[in-house]
Write a protein that binds this ligand. Structure first.
Ligand code: HSE
Length: 323
């Protein structure tokens, strides 16, 4: 008797939204699925090209994070059957590692009767990721404003405006968060700090009150984007001119290299914007995939599969995955 299987569907996320470095995050309608059950011996099945090179033994991140939940709850579940499929591009700035961490925490917690609160899972996820922005968005959905002092993470969640739509341009190359953080200076001037505090505050207030016309000005940043620009050719042009091409605002998504633009869903200039992003990156010799997304309003969605129902994860979610 090994009990039920849990399937968790977790949203991707975009972090920073320009000025809110390590602070702002938004969940997006692009997903990863994790299935977890107790088992006689550990097996890890990874579906899709995204997962090439990801370990399938007990060094797997999902397995290790699940064991942290069991330790925290004081229970022993040493052997697990885990399956995972993800539509979230790896190492591109769309929170793939945060979604894996959040999915593993939520699935493992559900497997043992959910003894840990969402607040506790948020603390664990933030400590694992090193900042709360992506994990907060994946765990709570919507727009999440958060702060972490190294021990305690606090957050406020905002409902995204229903007209907001996002266009991401995902370059064909990967950029590790470590490399993108290494490009940042150790110190910044008071002028740049004030510049970011004012834009980030204005952005949060504009998003909370639905004043989308302010987003373009509010998404400006001097803390990280200027230093990361040399790593993403074409980025400066896109951030400087996207609003002239129909965007409400544009930013580097997380640590990049993905670029995100926001538009009004009713806009008649979506194709123009998409072409501008693709052409600008192509001029720099960069191939990029564009994906239209919506902000996603909720965190992980859980399904419990009863014992005896052995349909493989990939067949169960076939109608929902991107092709
Ligand atoms: N806030 C983080 C950064 C997000 O920009 O480095 C990437 O994980």
């Amino acid at each position: 008797m090994y009990g039920p299987r849990i399937i968790v569907k977790v949203p991707a996320s975009t972090a920073n939204l320009g000025p809110g470095f390590d602070t702002l995050g938004m969940a997006l309608s692009l997903f990863a699925w994790i299935e977890m059950a107790q088992a006689p011996e550990t097996t890890i099945t990874l579906y899709g090209d995204q997962m090439n090179g990801v370990p399938t033994d007990k060094s797997n991140l999902i397995y290790k994070v699940a064991q942290m939940v069991f330790n925290e709850a004081g229970v022993s579940v040493p052997e697990l059957s885990i399956s995972m499929y993800s539509d979230i591009p790896l190492t591109r700035g769309l929170g793939s590692s945060a979604s894996a961490i959040v999915g593993a925490l939520v699935a493992a917690n559900a497997l043992i009767g959910a003894p840990l609160s969402d607040h506790k899972l948020f603390q664990m996820a933030t400590a694992l990721e090193g900042h709360p922005d992506n994990v907060g968005a994946s765990l709570f959905g919507g727009i999440v404003v958060s702060a972490w002092d190294g021990e305690q993470a606090d957050y406020v969640r905002i409902d995204p405006h229903p007209s907001l739509q996002a266009l991401v341009a995902v370059p064909a190359f990967q950029l590790s968060t470590e490399k993108a953080r290494h490009a940042l200076p150790k110190e910044i001037s008071m002028g740049d700090a004030v510049y970011n505090v004012s834009r980030s505050s204005l952005l949060v207030a504009a998003l909370a009150t639905g004043q989308l016309e302010l987003i373009s000005k509010a998404m400006k940043d001097r803390l990280h984007q200027p230093y990361r620009a040399p790593l993403i050719p074409g980025m400066e042009t896109i951030l400087a001119h996207a609003s002239e091409r129909g965007a409400l605002g544009a930013a580097l998504s997380g640590a990049g290299p993905t670029l995100i633009s926001f538009v009004d869903a009713q806009s008649g200039r979506k194709q123009e914007l998409e072409q501008f992003l693709v052409d600008t990156l192509a001029d720099e010799g960069i191939e990029a995939e564009t994906i239209w997304l919506k902000p996603f309003n909720s965190g992980p969605q859980l399904v419990q599969v009863e014992e005896g129902d052995d349909l493989p994860l990939i067949d169960r979610i076939q109608s929902e995955v991107r092709v």
